[in-house]
Design a protein around this ligand. Structure first.
Ligand SMILES: NC(=O)c1ccc[n+]([C@@H]2O[C@H](COP(=O)([O-])OP(=O)(O)OC[C@H]3O[C@@H](n4cnc5c(N)ncnc54)[C@H](O)[C@@H]3O)[C@@H](O)[C@H]2O)c1
Length: 383
């Protein structure tokens, strides 16, 4: 139902909760009506900054008292499933940080609960709606690269399986904007120079479920003969600027990063000697966005898109359905790399393919590993 102002509550007031709260705070169509954290110091810091006095340690109490239209769930990934289910039980729209969940059983349950309650789920893949993606989308829709033939995406150099869950979730979601539904996946994953074995299946850092592979290369097959390649390779030194997507068209190429967008106006298969310079595209912002007010442009765009979606009673572009499809692709990549097969999507089996693989090989659950990435790497044998 369209409202002049949408009421928003934040569940989790640390890094990402602060970023989300700032965007909802400054957007003219949303009001921050409540903050919740288990640690009062965190909601006090954020509440004092933004002038929000309704502060809670219990999320159910927050929702009952503040009656939000949207609850944002920017918490550690291992809590996304449980907290999404609890909030959805109240019949409230949610936005949950990425990755939406750690496996398909969880993501299916979240989507079923949202459907039962008649509410919307969005996943905070803000790059897909940010200013540089808006510029890419405009150039693409104006036909400046012709028809898409191929899409490339890369991560930032984390250990591959962790990079897939952490950054690949964004990149895949970006690729889906142009590729559409992914029909099948073929992937290779290595660790220490060898194809992964069931013994290489480990708990992810940062509570992102179960992973395997130091270097992952995946090809994704879309409709209309479009293929994509996703690289999640561990670099000796992390390079966040490597997180990027490139679209190869019959008449040109588009290059996306969160910090910019470029067009090369010649076919991808041969330099023509005349149009061989990348042209920077102008980022596109909502007309009421003011960078001085403290919200990042892509989080602000994410809010703007939620407002438009609710006004039009449609899903956010970064919807739960799309987030679930991203998890299908990520689980498909792990399954393909483990079993050495092409995985058709959507897959029928929804359990975690790496745990299945391990258990079929007679190994029990993997041993616990540290949550922090630095400590995790230090404990990863053979690194
Ligand atoms: N979209 C992006 O660009 C981006 C960037 C970085 C991280 N992330 C994602 O954000 C998430 C982590 O966000 P963060 O770094 O701000 O997390 P964090 O762990 O630093 O903060 C989460 C906060 O939520 C609170 N919390 C947890 N459970 C709660 C509960 N039941 N009730 C109330 N409060 C609760 C914690 O006390 C904590 O203050 C991860 O899923 C990560 O993948 C997204």
């Amino acid at each position: 139902m369209m409202k002049e102002i949408y009421r928003v509550a934040i569940l989790g007031c640390r890094g990402r909760g602060t970023a989300a709260a700032r965007a909802y705070h400054v957007h003219p169509r949303t009001d921050l009506v409540g903050l919740c954290d288990l640690i009062p110091e965190r909601f006090n810091t954020l509440g004092d900054e933004l002038g929000v006095s309704s502060r809670f340690t219990d999320l159910d109490e927050m929702i009952e008292k503040t009656k939000p239209d949207i609850v944002a769930i920017p918490t550690g990934t291992e809590f996304h499933y449980e907290l999404s289910m609890r909030v959805l039980e109240h019949g409230v729209n949610i936005e949950v940080e990425k990755p939406m969940c750690v496996d398909l059983e969880q993501a299916d349950a979240v989507m079923a609960k949202a459907k039962e309650k008649g509410v919307k789920v969005a996943v905070h893949h803000q790059g897909r709606v940010g200013a540089s993606m808006q510029a890419i989308a405009r150039a693409f829709s104006e036909g400046r690269i012709g028809d898409i033939r191929y899409i490339y995406g890369s991560g930032k150099g984390y250990y591959g399986g962790y990079g897939l869950m952490n950054i690949g979730t964004h990149t895949i979601n970006d690729i889906l904007k142009f590729g559409g539904r992914c029909r099948s996946v073929v992937a290779a994953a290595t660790r220490d120079g060898h194809p992964i074995t069931p013994a290489d299946v480990v708990p992810s850092p940062s509570g992102m479920g179960t992973i395997a592979g130091e270097y992952i290369t995946a090809t994704l097959q879309f409709d209309n003969n479009v293929t994509g390649t996703l690289l999640q390779h561990r670099f000796k030194k992390m390079d966040s600027t490597a997180y990027a997507m490139e679209l190869y068209g019959t008449e040109g190429r588009l290059f996306w990063k969160s910090s910019g967008a470029w067009l090369l106006p010649q076919p991808h298969f041969a330099p023509d000697g005349k149009h061989d310079k990348w042209e920077a595209l102008t980022p596109i912002y909502p007309e009421h966005y003011d960078p001085q007010k403290g919200a990042s442009q892509d989080d602000y765009w994410f809010v703007e898109e939620y407002v438009r979606a609710l006004d039009e009673d449609r899903d956010h572009e970064c919807s739960g359905e799309e987030g679930l499809h991203v998890i299908e692709i990520m689980m498909g990549i792990f399954e393909s790399a483990a079993y050495g097969t092409r995985v058709k999507l959507p897959q029928e089996r929804r359990d975690h393919p790496l745990l299945r693989w391990r258990s079929e090989s007679g190994l029990g659950a993997p041993e616990e590993m540290p949550r922090s990435y630095g400590d995790w790497l230090a404990e990863e044998p053979n690194m």
